[in-house]
Design a protein around this ligand. Structure first.
Ligand SMILES: [Zn+2]
Ligand SMILES: [Zn+2]
Length: 318
C-alpha cells in the first residue's frame, strides 16, 4: 500500500468511524431488544463496542501520550461497574443502569399520560433525548459551578488521559444525580419503556465514543452530538475551556445557554484538575464525604480554608 493510499484510507476511516460505530451499536441494540434477554444481549453488544473502540485507539490514536498507562484502569472499571452494574443487580447482570431502572420502576411511576405515544418511535426517542438532555445539562453544569456537587464530579475530571475505559469513571453519587435529573421527567410524563431503552442505548454508545482516543473527524456532527472533539475541550484544565460542552448526548442546551465551545484549534493534551483525588477505589468513593478529602479535591491545604492554588474546574478559579 502506498503512503498516499494509506493516508486516504486513514482519512476515510477518520470520517466514518464515529457514525459507523454509533450506527453499529444501535443496530446491535435493536437486535438485543428483540430477544428474550435484552439486557444480557445489550451488554454483549456494549462490550463488543468497547473492544472495537479500544482496537482503533491502538491503530489510529488521537493522542499517543494518552496510550500510556496511568495506574487508574482498575479504579475506572470498578467505578463503571458500580455505576452501571450495581443498579442492575436486581434486574439482571449488565451494564446499563438507566435501562434496569426503567425496567423495574417505569411501569408503576407514570402519573400522567401526556406522552405522545401515537408518534413514530424514532420521534418519541428524539423527544425523550431532548428532555433527558435538559436534566443532564442542568446536573452537569451544577456539578461544575457548585462546590457541593463538584466534590463528586471531580473524580471524573481527575483523569489525565481520555480513552474508552474511563468513560464510566463517575462517583456513584454523581451518577445517581444525573439519572434522577434526566429520567424522572420522562417517568412523570408517562414515556413508555421502549423509549427508555433506546435513550439508554444512545447514551451508552455516544458515551463510549465521547471519551475515545481515536483520531476521528466529526465535522458537522459537532453541531448536534457530544463528540470526542467537544468533550476533549470539556476536560481542559483551563476553566474557560473546561466549563463548556456539558451535553452528554446532544449539545442543543449548550447552544441555547451559551456554553457551546468548539474553536478551530486542537483541544489540549494536558487535562485533569489541580486538586488531588485519592488513590484507591474505596478511598475515592469516601473522599468527598470527609472535610479533609473535600479540601484535597479542591486543592486546599489540609489545615486551612485557603486554597493552595486556584482550582481548575471549580468556581474558585474564576
Ligand atoms: Zn464535567
Ligand atoms: Zn468525560
Amino acid at each position: 500500500m502506498t503512503d498516499e493510499r494509506k493516508s486516504r484510507l486513514y482519512v476515510a476511516a477518520s470520517w466514518s468511524l464515529w457514525p459507523m460505530i454509533f450506527v453499529a451499536g444501535l443496530t446491535g441494540a435493536g437486535f438485543a431488544f428483540r430477544t428474550q434477554t435484552p439486557l444480557l444481549w445489550f451488554n454483549v453488544v456494549y462490550l463488543a463496542t468497547v473492544a472495537a473502540i479500544a482496537t482503533f485507539e491502538r491503530l489510529m490514536p488521537y493522542e499517543k501520550q494518552w496510550l500510556q498507562r496511568d495506574g487508574e484502569t482498575f479504579n475506572d472499571i470498578a467505578h463503571t461497574l458500580l455505576n452501571k452494574g450495581g443498579v442492575q443487580i436486581a434486574a439482571a447482570i449488565g451494564v446499563s443502569a438507566p435501562m434496569a431502572i426503567a425496567t423495574v420502576v417505569q411501569p408503576s411511576l407514570a402519573v400522567s399520560e401526556i406522552w405522545p405515544v401515537e408518534w413514530p418511535l424514532a420521534l418519541q426517542v428524539v423527544l425523550g433525548l431532548i428532555i433527558a438532555e435538559f436534566g443532564l445539562y442542568v446536573a452537569h453544569r451544577a456539578a461544575h459551578e457548585w462546590l457541593t456537587l463538584w466534590r463528586f464530579h471531580a473524580l471524573h475530571h481527575s483523569v489525565e488521559r481520555l480513552w474508552v475505559v474511563n468513560t464510566g469513571r463517575f462517583h456513584i453519587i454523581d451518577s445517581l444525580i444525573k439519572i434522577a435529573f434526566s429520567q424522572i421527567p420522562l417517568y412523570l410524563m408517562g414515556a413508555p419503556l421502549t423509549v427508555f431503552l433506546w435513550i439508554g442505548a444512545v447514551t451508552a454508545f455516544i458515551g463510549l465514543l465521547t471519551h475515545c482516543n481515536i483520531d476521528v473527524r466529526t465535522g458537522p456532527l459537532d453541531w448536534v452530538f457530544s463528540t470526542p472533539r467537544l468533550h476533549r475541550w470539556h476536560h481542559s484544565k483551563v476553566l474557560a475551556e473546561g466549563n463548556t460542552n456539558y451535553g452528554e448526548n446532544l449539545v442543543l442546551w449548550d447552544q441555547i445557554f451559551g456554553t457551546y465551545f468548539n474553536p478551530a484549534r486542537r483541544p489540549p493534551v494536558e487535562i485533569g484538575i489541580s486538586g488531588r483525588i485519592a488513590e484507591g477505589f474505596i478511598e475515592q468513593l469516601v473522599q468527598p464525604f470527609s472535610s479533609k478529602g473535600f479540601r484535597a479535591i479542591l486543592g486546599r491545604r489540609p489545615d486551612t480554608r485557603e486554597p493552595a492554588v486556584p482550582e481548575a474546574g471549580s468556581p474558585e478559579a474564576k
